[in-house]
Design a protein around this ligand. Structure first.
Ligand code: UD1
Ligand code: CA
Length: 455
């Protein structure tokens, strides 16, 4: 059966107290609305429409890569009104629409699939996700008669006995598209909040003798984020899920509580992660790596058997058997080869470093192409910026760059070369040669005595 999804994301979220639209707040490094879109796709729903309003442009920009369509709700008159604003999307469609909210990122794709399956096999007009909790404060209550769901009553509209109900509406549903669209015409805003509630559609369908079903799931998955306290709670739950997945896959995480791994990160078997590591974005980490404490690795690909300690690696590649840090900074678009050493206080920016090259300490390499098996002495600086423009430096294979060398770009150092310590290189160094570019030493004998400086 055809299925599509609507994601409610038009509200500002007053309770989160933010200039940023609520659904753009991140959980484990990804915007809540993007978690929900990804979950829909994992549940095999391709056709996803996001209902936007508050901060619409920003929400659209931040979801751009997901290839979803949008409906605009320019005034937030309630969740039912939001769906009315998506009528254009639902028009001429026949099948199931899953409706989820952009502020509930913890729902699992398996649960979305079970909900759709239940909806189809039971032949329901609506099927909702519910859960049972001790403190249902703030949530819509599921009112049943016997086993069957009769209606949903919002917290603010509950009478005393309805308030006692512990079964809550997760705000996640499947509808038969035609039944939903017809029922939307019958919504009114005659309630405590003066809003058009999507939840009223359930009672309307029930009154028309249509079939309504419910799937009860654990509360954790249905947690809606309305405040920063709930945002932190969602982060904690998702972090534990992510870390457990890696532990089950054969990754050692010494202290999961202080290890932060983004949801899209992959990590190979037998990698060991010490506390204080933050691994973000689409990072891939190979097998048998040692991630010693306190690094941030973002959108990078790390090979097998790599050691990293107290360093920052952004949008770059690091080859197998390489060591990085402590205190190295690898900036975007760098490609570090295999068996390389990037040591302490080394900064690499937009450069390639060939296999077996050693850059052990106190060095800056920017906009450079460095060959294989080179050795950089302590304190080398690639002078890539002339105050106006950035220039490129090329260094061939087997070059030995002496300590405290400046390589004034653009400049080329050919294969099999030596540069004497303290040189400022401004001209090409030909293959097989030694370059010395520094003032010659002169000793003035007896100078101290003559000047009467001796203590
Ligand atoms: C809603 C449900 C409630 C349920 C709870 C679960 C209704 C009336 N109530 O309440 O039964 O227990 O979720 O978390 O549906 N939104 C719009 N446009 C609007 C209003 C809201 O797009 O005009 C979006 C919000 O951005 C948010 C979602 O809908 O992503 C839910 O809105 P929210 O105000 O948080 O509803 P709740 O009061 O939590
Ligand atoms: Ca909510």
């Amino acid at each position: 059966m055809y299925s599509c999804a609507l994601i409610l994301a038009a509200g500002q979220g007053k309770r989160i107290k933010s200039n940023l639209p609520k659904v753009l707040h991140k959980v484990c490094g990804k915007e809540m609305v993007n978690h929900v879109i990804d979950t829909m796709r994992m549940a095999k729903i391709q056709d996803v429409n996001v209902i936007i309003g508050k901060g619409a442009e920003l929400v659209q920009e931040m979801t751009q890569e997901k290839k979803v369509s949008y409906s605009i709700q320019s005034e937030q008159l309630g969740t039912g009104h939001a769906i009315i604003c998506a009528k254009e999307f639902l028009k001429d469609k026949d099948g199931v629409v899953a409706i989820f909210t952009g502020d509930a990122p913890l729902v699992k794709s398996e649960t979305v699939e079970s909900l759709i399956k239940k909806h189809i096999t039971e032949g329901n007009s609506a099927t909702l996700l519910t859960s049972i909790i001790d403190n249902p404060n703030g949530y819509g209550r599921i009112i049943r008669s016997g086993d069957s769901v009769e209606k949903i009553v919002e917290h603010k509209d509950c009478n005393v006995s309805e308030l006692e109900t512990k079964e809550i509406n997760a705000g996640m549903y499947c509808f038969n598209i035609k039944s939903l669209v017809d029922a939307l015409d019958k919504l009114s805003n005659n309630n405590a909040q003066g809003e058009y509630y999507l939840t009223d559609v359930i009672g309307i369908l029930k009154n028309q003798q249509e079939k309504v079903g419910a799937l009860v799931t654990e509360f954790e998955e249905t947690l809606g984020v309305n405040s920063r306290v709930e945002l932190a709670k969602a982060e904690e739950i998702m972090k534990e899920r992510i870390n457990n997945k890696h532990l089950e896959n054969g990754v050692t995480i010494i202290d999961p509580r202080s290890t932060y791994i983004g949801i899209d990160v992959t990590i190979g078997q037998d990698t060991i992660i010490y506390p204080g590591n933050v691994i973000e974005g689409n990072t891939e980490i190979g097998t048998d790596c040692m991630l010693y404490p306190n690094s941030r690795i973002s959108n990078s690909k790390i090979g097998d058997n790599v050691e990293i300690q107290s360093s920052v690696i952004l949008d770059s590649k690091v080859g197998g058997n390489t060591t990085v840090g402590p205190f190295a900074y690898i900036r975007p678009e760098s490609v570090i080869g295999e068996k390389v050493r990037i040591g302490d206080f080394v900064e690499i920016k937009k450069s390639t470093i060939g296999n077996n090259t050693k850059v052990s300490h106190l060095t800056y390499i920017g906009d450079a192409e460095v060959g294989e098996s080179c050795n950089f002495g302590c304190g080398t600086v690639v002078v890539n910026y002339d105050g106006k423009n950035k220039h490129k430096t090329k260094i061939g294979n087997n070059s030995f760059i002496g300590c405290n060398t400046n390589l004034v770009s653009p400049v080329e150092v050919k294969d099999n070369t030596y540069i004497a310590a303290g040189s400022t290189i401004t001209k090409e160094v030909p293959e097989g040669s030694l370059a010395i570019a520094r003032a010659k030493q002169t000793n003035i004998e007896g100078w101290v005595n003559k000047k009467a400086l001796k203590k």
